[in-house]
Design a binder for this molecule. Structure first.
Ligand code: PNW
Length: 487
Protein backbone atom coordinates (compact mmCIF):
# COMPACT_ATOMS: atom_id res chain seq x y z
CA UNK A 1 0.00 0.00 0.00
CA UNK A 2 2.66 2.49 0.96
CA UNK A 3 4.37 1.85 -2.36
CA UNK A 4 1.32 2.78 -4.35
CA UNK A 5 0.37 5.84 -2.33
CA UNK A 6 2.47 8.89 -1.76
CA UNK A 7 3.81 9.11 1.77
CA UNK A 8 1.57 12.07 2.43
CA UNK A 9 -1.65 10.42 1.28
CA UNK A 10 -0.73 7.34 3.29
CA UNK A 11 -0.60 9.55 6.32
CA UNK A 12 -3.93 11.12 5.42
CA UNK A 13 -5.59 7.78 5.06
CA UNK A 14 -4.15 6.09 8.06
CA UNK A 15 -3.56 9.03 10.30
CA UNK A 16 -0.91 9.47 12.88
CA UNK A 17 1.29 6.94 14.50
CA UNK A 18 0.43 6.55 18.15
CA UNK A 19 0.83 2.92 17.65
CA UNK A 20 2.90 2.73 14.54
CA UNK A 21 6.65 2.19 14.25
CA UNK A 22 8.91 5.19 14.57
CA UNK A 23 9.45 5.18 10.80
CA UNK A 24 5.98 6.67 10.50
CA UNK A 25 6.52 9.30 13.15
CA UNK A 26 7.42 12.06 10.70
CA UNK A 27 4.41 11.25 8.54
CA UNK A 28 2.15 11.51 11.54
CA UNK A 29 3.31 15.02 12.27
CA UNK A 30 2.41 16.02 8.72
CA UNK A 31 -1.01 14.43 8.98
CA UNK A 32 -1.75 16.14 12.28
CA UNK A 33 -0.64 19.50 11.05
CA UNK A 34 -3.03 19.23 8.12
CA UNK A 35 -5.89 17.97 10.27
CA UNK A 36 -6.54 14.27 9.88
CA UNK A 37 -10.05 13.74 8.56
CA UNK A 38 -12.54 12.24 11.01
CA UNK A 39 -13.38 9.17 8.96
CA UNK A 40 -13.51 5.54 9.93
CA UNK A 41 -10.42 4.89 7.80
CA UNK A 42 -8.50 7.26 10.02
CA UNK A 43 -9.62 5.03 12.92
CA UNK A 44 -11.20 7.96 14.68
CA UNK A 45 -14.13 7.51 17.07
CA UNK A 46 -17.35 9.52 16.68
CA UNK A 47 -17.17 13.11 17.79
CA UNK A 48 -17.92 13.48 21.48
CA UNK A 49 -17.01 9.88 22.27
CA UNK A 50 -16.61 9.70 26.04
CA UNK A 51 -13.21 8.41 27.06
CA UNK A 52 -13.18 7.42 30.68
CA UNK A 53 -11.76 5.28 33.39
CA UNK A 54 -13.35 3.44 36.30
CA UNK A 55 -12.79 2.45 39.92
CA UNK A 56 -14.95 1.14 42.77
CA UNK A 57 -15.36 2.30 46.35
CA UNK A 58 -13.93 -0.59 48.35
CA UNK A 59 -11.08 -1.06 45.88
CA UNK A 60 -9.70 2.50 46.13
CA UNK A 61 -11.13 4.51 49.01
CA UNK A 62 -9.59 3.11 52.18
CA UNK A 63 -10.73 5.15 55.23
CA UNK A 64 -12.68 2.08 56.24
CA UNK A 65 -13.54 3.40 59.68
CA UNK A 66 -13.94 7.07 58.98
CA UNK A 67 -16.82 9.51 59.14
CA UNK A 68 -19.30 6.94 60.34
CA UNK A 69 -18.88 4.30 57.61
CA UNK A 70 -20.38 0.97 58.66
CA UNK A 71 -18.69 -2.34 57.89
CA UNK A 72 -19.36 -4.10 54.61
CA UNK A 73 -19.18 -7.78 53.75
CA UNK A 74 -15.77 -7.09 52.21
CA UNK A 75 -14.40 -5.79 55.53
CA UNK A 76 -15.56 -8.98 57.21
CA UNK A 77 -14.35 -11.26 54.42
CA UNK A 78 -10.94 -9.64 53.92
CA UNK A 79 -10.30 -9.69 57.68
CA UNK A 80 -11.05 -13.42 57.84
CA UNK A 81 -7.85 -15.48 57.77
CA UNK A 82 -7.13 -17.26 54.51
CA UNK A 83 -9.75 -15.54 52.38
CA UNK A 84 -7.59 -13.11 50.42
CA UNK A 85 -4.16 -13.24 48.82
CA UNK A 86 -1.59 -12.29 51.45
CA UNK A 87 -4.42 -11.39 53.84
CA UNK A 88 -4.79 -8.09 51.99
CA UNK A 89 -7.73 -5.86 52.97
CA UNK A 90 -9.17 -2.61 51.63
CA UNK A 91 -8.59 -0.76 54.92
CA UNK A 92 -6.29 1.75 53.24
CA UNK A 93 -6.28 0.71 49.56
CA UNK A 94 -5.36 3.80 47.49
CA UNK A 95 -6.34 6.18 50.27
CA UNK A 96 -8.47 7.81 47.59
CA UNK A 97 -10.85 9.06 50.28
CA UNK A 98 -8.16 11.55 51.30
CA UNK A 99 -6.32 11.89 47.99
CA UNK A 100 -9.22 12.35 45.60
CA UNK A 101 -8.13 15.86 44.64
CA UNK A 102 -4.69 14.67 43.61
CA UNK A 103 -6.34 11.79 41.72
CA UNK A 104 -8.68 14.12 39.86
CA UNK A 105 -5.63 16.11 38.74
CA UNK A 106 -4.11 12.90 37.36
CA UNK A 107 -7.40 12.23 35.54
CA UNK A 108 -7.23 15.69 34.06
CA UNK A 109 -3.63 15.16 32.97
CA UNK A 110 -4.73 11.98 31.19
CA UNK A 111 -7.46 13.93 29.40
CA UNK A 112 -10.35 11.88 30.80
CA UNK A 113 -13.77 13.13 29.73
CA UNK A 114 -15.55 10.99 32.30
CA UNK A 115 -14.89 8.99 35.44
CA UNK A 116 -16.92 6.09 36.76
CA UNK A 117 -16.88 5.64 40.53
CA UNK A 118 -19.09 3.77 42.95
CA UNK A 119 -20.79 4.91 46.12
CA UNK A 120 -20.15 2.79 49.21
CA UNK A 121 -23.59 1.88 50.51
CA UNK A 122 -22.27 1.48 54.11
CA UNK A 123 -20.95 5.04 54.07
CA UNK A 124 -24.40 6.40 53.27
CA UNK A 125 -26.44 3.93 55.33
CA UNK A 126 -24.05 2.34 57.85
CA UNK A 127 -26.72 -0.20 58.76
CA UNK A 128 -27.92 -0.64 55.19
CA UNK A 129 -31.30 0.94 55.98
CA UNK A 130 -32.66 3.45 58.47
CA UNK A 131 -30.93 6.70 59.26
CA UNK A 132 -28.55 8.02 56.61
CA UNK A 133 -25.09 9.23 57.55
CA UNK A 134 -24.67 12.69 55.97
CA UNK A 135 -20.88 12.61 56.36
CA UNK A 136 -20.77 9.52 54.17
CA UNK A 137 -22.63 11.14 51.33
CA UNK A 138 -20.53 14.29 51.71
CA UNK A 139 -17.48 12.51 50.37
CA UNK A 140 -19.31 11.91 47.08
CA UNK A 141 -20.50 15.51 47.02
CA UNK A 142 -16.88 16.64 47.27
CA UNK A 143 -15.73 14.14 44.66
CA UNK A 144 -18.47 15.07 42.18
CA UNK A 145 -17.79 18.79 42.65
CA UNK A 146 -14.08 18.24 42.10
CA UNK A 147 -14.71 16.23 38.92
CA UNK A 148 -17.08 18.82 37.49
CA UNK A 149 -14.70 21.67 38.35
CA UNK A 150 -12.17 19.84 36.19
CA UNK A 151 -14.59 19.18 33.35
CA UNK A 152 -14.88 15.46 33.98
CA UNK A 153 -18.38 13.95 33.84
CA UNK A 154 -19.22 11.75 36.83
CA UNK A 155 -20.79 8.33 36.11
CA UNK A 156 -22.01 6.81 39.34
CA UNK A 157 -22.44 3.12 40.20
CA UNK A 158 -24.62 2.46 43.24
CA UNK A 159 -23.52 -1.04 44.15
CA UNK A 160 -20.07 -2.39 43.47
CA UNK A 161 -20.17 -5.30 45.90
CA UNK A 162 -19.65 -3.62 49.30
CA UNK A 163 -22.94 -4.70 50.86
CA UNK A 164 -23.48 -3.41 54.40
CA UNK A 165 -22.62 -6.22 56.82
CA UNK A 166 -25.78 -5.43 58.80
CA UNK A 167 -27.83 -6.55 55.79
CA UNK A 168 -25.78 -9.69 55.28
CA UNK A 169 -26.51 -10.54 58.92
CA UNK A 170 -30.20 -10.51 57.97
CA UNK A 171 -29.72 -12.80 54.97
CA UNK A 172 -28.01 -10.47 52.49
CA UNK A 173 -28.92 -11.12 48.88
CA UNK A 174 -30.67 -14.31 49.92
CA UNK A 175 -33.39 -12.06 51.29
CA UNK A 176 -35.84 -10.13 49.16
CA UNK A 177 -35.62 -7.32 51.73
CA UNK A 178 -32.13 -6.52 50.45
CA UNK A 179 -33.59 -5.71 47.01
CA UNK A 180 -36.00 -3.27 48.66
CA UNK A 181 -33.24 -1.81 50.84
CA UNK A 182 -31.12 -1.26 47.76
CA UNK A 183 -33.92 0.65 46.03
CA UNK A 184 -34.32 2.95 49.05
CA UNK A 185 -30.60 3.61 49.19
CA UNK A 186 -30.38 4.17 45.41
CA UNK A 187 -33.28 6.62 45.47
CA UNK A 188 -31.69 8.52 48.34
CA UNK A 189 -28.32 8.87 46.59
CA UNK A 190 -29.96 9.86 43.30
CA UNK A 191 -32.01 12.49 45.09
CA UNK A 192 -28.87 14.08 46.50
CA UNK A 193 -26.43 13.74 43.60
CA UNK A 194 -28.65 14.03 40.52
CA UNK A 195 -28.38 17.81 40.36
CA UNK A 196 -24.83 17.08 39.16
CA UNK A 197 -24.64 13.40 38.25
CA UNK A 198 -26.60 12.60 35.09
CA UNK A 199 -25.81 8.89 34.68
CA UNK A 200 -26.47 6.27 37.33
CA UNK A 201 -25.73 2.57 37.17
CA UNK A 202 -27.62 0.34 39.59
CA UNK A 203 -25.47 -2.76 40.16
CA UNK A 204 -22.03 -3.74 38.96
CA UNK A 205 -21.53 -7.23 37.56
CA UNK A 206 -24.39 -9.15 39.10
CA UNK A 207 -23.02 -12.26 37.51
CA UNK A 208 -19.68 -11.88 39.32
CA UNK A 209 -20.91 -11.08 42.79
CA UNK A 210 -23.63 -13.73 42.70
CA UNK A 211 -21.57 -16.54 41.21
CA UNK A 212 -18.22 -15.83 42.87
CA UNK A 213 -19.62 -14.65 46.22
CA UNK A 214 -22.61 -16.96 46.76
CA UNK A 215 -21.81 -20.05 44.68
CA UNK A 216 -18.01 -20.39 44.50
CA UNK A 217 -17.30 -18.71 47.85
CA UNK A 218 -14.13 -17.00 46.61
CA UNK A 219 -15.55 -13.51 47.14
CA UNK A 220 -17.52 -12.02 50.02
CA UNK A 221 -19.64 -13.22 51.69
CA UNK A 222 -17.84 -16.48 50.87
CA UNK A 223 -20.88 -18.74 50.58
CA UNK A 224 -21.22 -21.93 48.57
CA UNK A 225 -24.99 -22.17 48.32
CA UNK A 226 -26.96 -24.85 46.52
CA UNK A 227 -28.20 -24.16 42.99
CA UNK A 228 -31.77 -23.27 44.02
CA UNK A 229 -30.48 -20.75 46.56
CA UNK A 230 -27.99 -19.24 44.13
CA UNK A 231 -30.81 -18.83 41.61
CA UNK A 232 -32.85 -17.01 44.24
CA UNK A 233 -29.92 -14.72 45.05
CA UNK A 234 -29.62 -14.00 41.32
CA UNK A 235 -33.31 -13.19 41.19
CA UNK A 236 -32.97 -10.77 44.12
CA UNK A 237 -30.06 -9.07 42.34
CA UNK A 238 -32.02 -8.43 39.12
CA UNK A 239 -35.01 -7.42 41.22
CA UNK A 240 -32.83 -4.92 43.12
CA UNK A 241 -31.77 -3.51 39.78
CA UNK A 242 -35.36 -3.09 38.60
CA UNK A 243 -36.62 -1.59 41.86
CA UNK A 244 -33.51 0.59 41.89
CA UNK A 245 -34.26 1.96 38.41
CA UNK A 246 -37.77 2.89 39.57
CA UNK A 247 -36.53 4.50 42.78
CA UNK A 248 -33.87 6.52 40.97
CA UNK A 249 -36.44 7.78 38.45
CA UNK A 250 -38.80 8.67 41.29
CA UNK A 251 -36.23 10.70 43.20
CA UNK A 252 -33.78 12.07 40.64
CA UNK A 253 -33.93 15.39 38.84
CA UNK A 254 -35.44 15.17 35.34
CA UNK A 255 -33.09 14.20 32.53
CA UNK A 256 -31.11 11.67 34.53
CA UNK A 257 -30.27 8.43 32.72
CA UNK A 258 -30.29 5.06 34.42
CA UNK A 259 -28.59 1.84 33.43
CA UNK A 260 -26.37 -0.86 34.87
CA UNK A 261 -22.85 -2.21 34.47
CA UNK A 262 -23.09 -5.88 33.72
CA UNK A 263 -20.48 -8.34 32.58
CA UNK A 264 -22.74 -10.02 30.11
CA UNK A 265 -21.07 -12.89 28.32
CA UNK A 266 -19.85 -11.38 25.07
CA UNK A 267 -20.65 -14.20 22.68
CA UNK A 268 -18.71 -14.14 19.43
CA UNK A 269 -18.71 -16.46 16.43
CA UNK A 270 -15.57 -18.57 16.36
CA UNK A 271 -15.58 -18.17 12.58
CA UNK A 272 -17.33 -15.18 11.05
CA UNK A 273 -19.76 -17.02 8.81
CA UNK A 274 -23.55 -16.69 8.76
CA UNK A 275 -24.17 -19.95 10.66
CA UNK A 276 -21.74 -19.19 13.48
CA UNK A 277 -22.92 -15.58 13.71
CA UNK A 278 -26.51 -16.81 14.06
CA UNK A 279 -25.32 -19.19 16.78
CA UNK A 280 -23.56 -16.38 18.65
CA UNK A 281 -26.76 -14.31 18.55
CA UNK A 282 -28.74 -17.17 20.12
CA UNK A 283 -25.99 -17.72 22.69
CA UNK A 284 -26.01 -14.05 23.65
CA UNK A 285 -29.63 -14.34 24.82
CA UNK A 286 -29.38 -17.71 26.50
CA UNK A 287 -25.98 -17.34 28.15
CA UNK A 288 -27.24 -14.13 29.78
CA UNK A 289 -30.72 -15.43 30.57
CA UNK A 290 -30.42 -14.95 34.34
CA UNK A 291 -29.32 -11.32 34.07
CA UNK A 292 -29.35 -9.06 31.03
CA UNK A 293 -31.95 -11.05 29.10
CA UNK A 294 -34.32 -11.09 32.10
CA UNK A 295 -33.84 -7.33 32.48
CA UNK A 296 -34.35 -6.59 28.80
CA UNK A 297 -37.33 -8.88 28.31
CA UNK A 298 -38.93 -8.81 31.77
CA UNK A 299 -38.99 -12.60 31.83
CA UNK A 300 -36.77 -15.61 32.19
CA UNK A 301 -36.36 -17.52 28.95
CA UNK A 302 -38.13 -20.86 28.60
CA UNK A 303 -34.77 -22.58 28.26
CA UNK A 304 -33.53 -20.99 31.51
CA UNK A 305 -36.59 -22.12 33.46
CA UNK A 306 -36.52 -25.58 31.88
CA UNK A 307 -32.82 -25.95 32.57
CA UNK A 308 -33.24 -25.17 36.27
CA UNK A 309 -36.53 -27.05 36.72
CA UNK A 310 -37.31 -27.38 40.44
CA UNK A 311 -34.29 -25.18 41.22
CA UNK A 312 -35.64 -22.21 39.22
CA UNK A 313 -36.10 -18.98 41.20
CA UNK A 314 -39.44 -18.23 42.86
CA UNK A 315 -40.89 -15.00 41.54
CA UNK A 316 -44.12 -13.08 41.03
CA UNK A 317 -45.53 -11.37 37.97
CA UNK A 318 -44.90 -8.04 39.73
CA UNK A 319 -41.24 -8.97 40.24
CA UNK A 320 -40.78 -9.61 36.55
CA UNK A 321 -42.46 -6.36 35.65
CA UNK A 322 -40.09 -4.47 37.95
CA UNK A 323 -37.07 -6.33 36.59
CA UNK A 324 -38.09 -5.39 33.06
CA UNK A 325 -38.38 -1.66 33.83
CA UNK A 326 -36.95 0.03 30.71
CA UNK A 327 -33.44 1.41 31.10
CA UNK A 328 -31.80 4.31 29.29
CA UNK A 329 -28.46 2.72 28.57
CA UNK A 330 -26.56 -0.46 29.13
CA UNK A 331 -22.99 -0.69 30.40
CA UNK A 332 -20.97 -3.71 29.45
CA UNK A 333 -17.96 -4.73 31.49
CA UNK A 334 -15.87 -6.73 29.09
CA UNK A 335 -12.58 -8.52 29.54
CA UNK A 336 -13.02 -11.81 27.72
CA UNK A 337 -14.89 -13.32 24.80
CA UNK A 338 -17.20 -16.34 24.92
CA UNK A 339 -16.44 -18.18 21.69
CA UNK A 340 -19.45 -19.85 20.14
CA UNK A 341 -19.97 -22.26 17.26
CA UNK A 342 -23.08 -23.45 15.46
CA UNK A 343 -24.31 -26.79 16.72
CA UNK A 344 -27.08 -29.27 15.98
CA UNK A 345 -28.28 -29.33 19.59
CA UNK A 346 -31.71 -27.92 20.45
CA UNK A 347 -30.16 -24.59 21.48
CA UNK A 348 -28.46 -24.31 18.09
CA UNK A 349 -25.11 -23.32 19.55
CA UNK A 350 -22.24 -24.58 21.64
CA UNK A 351 -19.69 -22.65 23.69
CA UNK A 352 -16.19 -23.52 22.54
CA UNK A 353 -14.05 -24.44 25.56
CA UNK A 354 -10.64 -22.80 25.88
CA UNK A 355 -7.66 -25.10 25.45
CA UNK A 356 -4.93 -24.97 28.13
CA UNK A 357 -2.71 -22.98 25.78
CA UNK A 358 -5.22 -20.12 25.43
CA UNK A 359 -3.41 -16.83 26.23
CA UNK A 360 -4.41 -14.90 29.33
CA UNK A 361 -3.22 -11.90 31.29
CA UNK A 362 -1.88 -12.17 34.84
CA UNK A 363 -5.34 -13.14 36.16
CA UNK A 364 -5.90 -16.68 34.83
CA UNK A 365 -9.57 -15.95 34.11
CA UNK A 366 -8.62 -12.99 31.94
CA UNK A 367 -8.36 -14.80 28.62
CA UNK A 368 -7.56 -12.46 25.79
CA UNK A 369 -10.33 -12.05 23.22
CA UNK A 370 -10.60 -8.53 21.80
CA UNK A 371 -13.53 -9.52 19.55
CA UNK A 372 -15.85 -9.32 22.56
CA UNK A 373 -15.70 -5.54 22.22
CA UNK A 374 -17.08 -5.84 18.70
CA UNK A 375 -19.61 -8.65 19.01
CA UNK A 376 -20.80 -7.82 22.54
CA UNK A 377 -22.18 -4.35 21.80
CA UNK A 378 -23.15 -5.27 18.24
CA UNK A 379 -25.29 -8.24 19.25
CA UNK A 380 -26.97 -6.56 22.21
CA UNK A 381 -27.80 -3.56 20.00
CA UNK A 382 -29.29 -5.92 17.41
CA UNK A 383 -31.20 -8.14 19.81
CA UNK A 384 -32.65 -5.51 22.14
CA UNK A 385 -32.40 -2.35 20.07
CA UNK A 386 -30.17 -0.46 22.47
CA UNK A 387 -29.50 3.12 21.45
CA UNK A 388 -26.92 3.94 24.13
CA UNK A 389 -24.19 1.54 25.13
CA UNK A 390 -21.06 2.09 27.18
CA UNK A 391 -18.14 -0.15 27.80
CA UNK A 392 -18.15 0.43 31.55
CA UNK A 393 -15.02 -1.67 32.16
CA UNK A 394 -12.23 -3.13 30.08
CA UNK A 395 -8.64 -3.63 31.09
CA UNK A 396 -5.91 -6.06 31.99
CA UNK A 397 -3.83 -7.32 34.90
CA UNK A 398 -0.13 -7.47 34.30
CA UNK A 399 3.06 -8.09 36.29
CA UNK A 400 3.97 -4.42 36.35
CA UNK A 401 7.33 -3.51 37.80
CA UNK A 402 8.78 -0.12 38.43
CA UNK A 403 12.22 0.37 36.83
CA UNK A 404 14.94 2.04 38.92
CA UNK A 405 14.37 5.25 36.99
CA UNK A 406 10.66 5.17 37.78
CA UNK A 407 8.92 3.78 34.69
CA UNK A 408 6.45 0.96 34.16
CA UNK A 409 6.72 -0.50 30.67
CA UNK A 410 3.49 -2.47 30.52
CA UNK A 411 3.75 -3.37 26.87
CA UNK A 412 1.33 -6.28 27.30
CA UNK A 413 -1.39 -3.95 28.60
CA UNK A 414 -0.75 -1.50 25.76
CA UNK A 415 -1.09 -4.35 23.28
CA UNK A 416 -4.25 -5.58 25.01
CA UNK A 417 -5.88 -2.15 24.98
CA UNK A 418 -4.91 -1.46 21.37
CA UNK A 419 -6.39 -4.74 20.21
CA UNK A 420 -9.63 -4.33 22.16
CA UNK A 421 -10.05 -0.72 21.07
CA UNK A 422 -9.49 -1.76 17.47
CA UNK A 423 -12.48 -4.08 17.78
CA UNK A 424 -14.51 -1.38 19.50
CA UNK A 425 -13.65 0.94 16.63
CA UNK A 426 -14.88 -1.69 14.23
CA UNK A 427 -18.22 -1.62 16.06
CA UNK A 428 -18.65 2.17 16.16
CA UNK A 429 -17.61 2.53 12.53
CA UNK A 430 -20.49 0.21 11.64
CA UNK A 431 -22.85 2.42 13.61
CA UNK A 432 -23.16 0.35 16.80
CA UNK A 433 -24.23 3.02 19.34
CA UNK A 434 -21.34 2.80 21.79
CA UNK A 435 -21.05 6.24 23.36
CA UNK A 436 -18.13 5.80 25.69
CA UNK A 437 -15.41 3.55 27.09
CA UNK A 438 -14.13 3.26 30.66
CA UNK A 439 -10.74 1.70 31.12
CA UNK A 440 -10.42 -0.47 34.23
CA UNK A 441 -8.74 0.87 36.12
CA UNK A 442 -7.60 4.39 36.66
CA UNK A 443 -4.97 3.16 39.14
CA UNK A 444 -3.80 -0.09 40.70
CA UNK A 445 -6.13 -1.02 43.52
CA UNK A 446 -7.49 -3.74 45.76
CA UNK A 447 -8.23 -6.58 43.35
CA UNK A 448 -10.66 -8.32 45.70
CA UNK A 449 -9.51 -11.78 46.79
CA UNK A 450 -6.37 -11.37 44.66
CA UNK A 451 -5.31 -8.45 46.87
CA UNK A 452 -2.71 -5.91 45.73
CA UNK A 453 -0.55 -8.31 43.72
CA UNK A 454 -2.83 -8.07 40.69
CA UNK A 455 -2.51 -4.67 39.11
CA UNK A 456 -5.02 -3.29 36.58
CA UNK A 457 -4.16 0.40 36.72
CA UNK A 458 -3.14 2.94 34.11
CA UNK A 459 -1.26 4.40 37.07
CA UNK A 460 1.14 2.37 39.13
CA UNK A 461 0.56 2.74 42.86
CA UNK A 462 3.27 2.18 45.45
CA UNK A 463 1.08 1.00 48.31
CA UNK A 464 3.73 1.90 50.90
CA UNK A 465 4.03 5.55 49.89
CA UNK A 466 0.78 5.97 47.88
CA UNK A 467 2.85 7.47 45.06
CA UNK A 468 1.10 7.23 41.68
CA UNK A 469 3.16 6.82 38.48
CA UNK A 470 1.59 6.84 35.01
CA UNK A 471 2.47 3.63 33.19
CA UNK A 472 3.27 3.33 29.49
CA UNK A 473 -0.41 2.35 29.07
CA UNK A 474 -1.41 5.74 30.52
CA UNK A 475 0.74 7.42 27.88
CA UNK A 476 -0.91 5.26 25.23
CA UNK A 477 -4.41 6.01 26.49
CA UNK A 478 -3.67 9.71 26.71
CA UNK A 479 -2.75 9.69 23.00
CA UNK A 480 -5.91 7.77 22.12
CA UNK A 481 -8.00 10.33 24.00
CA UNK A 482 -6.18 13.31 22.50
CA UNK A 483 -6.66 11.98 18.96
CA UNK A 484 -10.09 10.51 19.63
CA UNK A 485 -8.81 7.45 17.91
CA UNK A 486 -6.22 4.84 17.34
CA UNK A 487 -4.13 6.29 14.61
C1 PNW B 1 -14.55 -6.95 37.66
N1 PNW B 1 -13.72 -13.37 37.11
O1 PNW B 1 -14.40 -8.08 38.44
C2 PNW B 1 -15.01 -5.89 38.65
O2 PNW B 1 -16.10 -5.14 38.26
C3 PNW B 1 -13.89 -5.06 39.17
O3 PNW B 1 -14.20 -4.63 40.45
C4 PNW B 1 -12.58 -5.83 39.08
O4 PNW B 1 -11.52 -5.19 39.72
C5 PNW B 1 -12.30 -6.03 37.61
O5 PNW B 1 -13.38 -6.69 36.97
C6 PNW B 1 -11.03 -6.83 37.33
O6 PNW B 1 -11.12 -8.09 37.89
C7 PNW B 1 -14.22 -9.35 38.03
O7 PNW B 1 -13.15 -14.10 37.94
C8 PNW B 1 -13.59 -10.20 38.92
O8 PNW B 1 -14.16 -13.79 36.03
C9 PNW B 1 -13.43 -11.52 38.61
C10 PNW B 1 -13.90 -12.00 37.41
C11 PNW B 1 -14.52 -11.16 36.50
C12 PNW B 1 -14.68 -9.83 36.82
Amino acid sequence: MINRLSRRSFARLFGTAVLAPTALATLSTTAQAEGTPSTPTARRFPQGFLWGSATASYQVEGAANEDGRGPSIWDTFSHTAGKTNNGDTGDIADDHYHRYKEDVQLMKALGLKTYRFSVAWPRVFPQGTGTPNPKGLDFYNRLVDELLANNIQPYCTLFHWDLPQALEDKGGWQSRDTSEAFANYAGYVAQHLSDRVKHFMTLNEMKSFVDIGYRDGRHAPGLTLSVDKVNQVRHHAVLAHGLGVQAIRAHAKPGVKVGLAENAEACAPIIETAEHIAAARKAMREENAGYLTAIMEGKYTDAYLAHHGANAPKFTVADMKAIGTPIDFVGLNNYTTTWVRADNSSSGYAVVPAPASYPHMMSPWLRVGPQGLYWGPKLIAEIWGFKEIYITENGASSTDTLTPDGHVYDSDRVMYLRNYLTQLHRAVSEGVPVKGYFCWSFMDNYEWADGYAYRFGLHYVDFQTQKRTPKLSAQFYKEVIARNGLA
